[in-house]
Design a protein around this ligand. Structure first.
Ligand code: AMP
Length: 221
């Protein structure tokens, strides 16, 4: 099995990053570092920081760069991340991408994956997405939990994310085009970018991701 990879997964909201990152991080045995999950935990914990973050998140706005960069820097300094990591939802702006370069020094990232899904499909997926309010497991109107919107994994209540409403979805997709899409060029100029077709069943997409990651790591060795 491939170990020690330092990866970033990019892709529009609803491209399937969360689902695929959970699986890929298990496969690679590296921590899944999701800024969205970290921020949602802070919101849930009701800390002062969580309340501040919530105001941005519910509107679909980005949290200020320096705040998110501080969170990620602390997380990547934890011992488990020294063997590699899978970043999901970070970086989202060029300022964050440059900061990440500094954080991983003297190493560099191994690969940046762009999970590519057409906008019409992500709009459809986001409006039907439902998540467990306790453990974050992802469901949809088409693939609901077995029992009455109760999570199959932990029994938590399965709900719609407050930022999966139509105005917030539109704002997040606009911000993706404005702030995050330029990262594709940033990483392709550094020869780190691999675009992976994100349309298909979760198993099909996972197979494609593993193939690309294994090939990139092999080339580096
Ligand atoms: P996600 O679960 O990745 O879609 O993130 C949910 C929300 O958290 C986003 O809409 C932003 O408000 C915030 N967020 C997550 N990651 C970042 C980031 N790297 N920079 C700024 N805001 C972020």
């Amino acid at each position: 099995m491939t170990r020690g990879a330092r990866l970033v997964v990019l892709g529009k909201q609803g491209a399937g990053k969360g689902t695929q990152c959970v699986r890929l991080s298990h496969y690679l045995a590296v921590p899944h570092v999701s800024t969205g999950d970290m921020l949602r935990s802070a919101v849930k914990a009701g800390t002062e920081f969580g309340q501040l973050a919530r105001a941005y998140m519910d509107r679909g706005e980005l949290i200020p760069d320096d705040v998110v960069m501080g969170l990620v820097e602390e997380r990547l300094a934890e011992p488990d991340a020294s063997r590699g990591f899978l970043l999901d939802g970070f970086p989202r702006t060029t300022v964050q991408a440059k900061a990440l370069d500094e954080m991983v020094k003297p190493n560099s990232l191994d690969l940046v994956l762009d999970l590519d899904v057409p906008t019409e499909l992500v709009l459809k997926r986001l409006s039907s997405r439902r998540v467990c309010s306790t453990c974050g497991a992802i469901y949809s109107l088409e693939a609901p939990p077995k029992l009455n919107w109760t999570c199959d994994l932990c029994g938590g209540e399965v709900v719609q994310r407050p930022d999966d409403t139509e105005p917030a979805i539109r704002r997040r997709l606009d911000l993706y085009e404005e702030s995050t899409a330029p990262l594709l060029k940033f990483y392709s100029d550094r020869n780190l970018l691999a675009v992976v077709d994100g349309v298909g069943t979760p198993d099909e997409v996972m197979e494609r991701l593993i193939e690309v990651v294994e090939a990139a790591i092999r080339d580096k060795r």
